[in-house]
Design a protein around this ligand. Sequence first.
Ligand code: FES
Ligand SMILES: [Fe+2]
Length: 445
Amino acid sequence: MLYENGKPFHDYVDADKGLVDRVIFSDQAIYELELERIFARAWNFMCHESQIPKAGDFFLSFIGEESVIATRDKKGELQVLLNSCRHRGNAVCRAEEGNARSFLCTYHGWTYGLDGQLIGVPGYKDFYHEQLDKSQWGLVKAKVASYKGFVFATMDPEAVDLDEYLGPVGRMSIDLLAAQGPLKMVAGVQKNIIGCNWKLAVDNLFDYYHVGISHASAFMSNFRARDPEAPPAPPRFSFGKHRVWLGDYGHAIGGPRIPTDEMANIIAHDNPNLDETWRHRDDARAILGDQAIESVGHPNIFPNLWVTEANQISLRLPKGPTGCEIWWFTLVPEGLDEKQHEEAIRGANHQFGPSGFLEQDDGENWDQSTRQTMGVVARRYPLNFSMNLKHGEVITPADGGAPYVDTAINEHAQLWTYRAWADWMDAESWAALKASRTPVPSDRL
Ligand code: FES
Ligand SMILES: [Fe+2]
């Protein structure tokens, strides 16, 4: 075993020098502890409420590696149920989504209501002599809550409530989408498996350093074009202007900012391949405030939900220390005509997902990065997260908004994610995590 039992996880992340030990990306024992201390404890994204609008609608999701059913019961309440029969453990739901009146286990026929209650047991009278207390043998239930239609669940009864968990940075992450207007989820989720550690996929979502190199060919092909006749959309980012928010429990938003006057120029050019007009609406500014309205960066809701600003959201689901299943959900504004709807989906498909230009490039790099954490020699050398470290001053807005840093391109959000990872891994309970987590920095990054 590579992981030395008892060694604090903070020893694997040197926040002062910006170094991260490669062992955390491929060690089986560390991975198993992540499932216990991070995924079984955190609020995990399940689905969007528009995917399960009616009673009986369900959507199969994951908490760590465990299958869970997100559903709406007869009263219309959201439920998240562990997809495992209490008799011999069989999965009670095999379809990825659909509508059901109840969940009948195909092994021996125990039947569960939409709220998880055990409602039917073959032979209840004759074989169990009516002595089986059905009220005690329902499906295991998660705590469920939603924020602006985004449904989350936790399996830890001690978890803080969702609002406290998300805090201003987690809420802002979702607001960056919600501020664009009412959205609905496109049917179907694109799923593919990459041979990488899930943390390297999360790390990359904040990474603008790689864009010009990894995605050079994608940009040459004008892959985002909805109207191929239109000139290429103007670049939306520079290396010089970045804004970063670090949030409690490991959430972060990192990436470029476009000052309001520069954004006005982009909008004035009216390029069909880059619609940013929503950023000039008063209601959007009221939701986001003066700082977030300028962000075109990427948020991660810890541990594994990437909310892109381009109407796609992604889960990085752990599948062993060296496997990650990537899920892509596409949201579209309500009220689009058929052509606009098609264009929005085509734009999303060209960007991320199995057929996306960008993730084809990225996946290859993450796979190789993961492989190179396994070598006995390579493992002696940490990875480097020192870009612009200690060159960012934290600004606390006078209006009470979340503290942020204006800086050039950097790796603050990545390093923060690993610091938070160590907090979660070192804590033996929610109470310990609350007491010992690293405070959001208020001076320098
Ligand atoms: S395993 Fe489900 S009824 Fe036996
Ligand atoms: Fe990328």
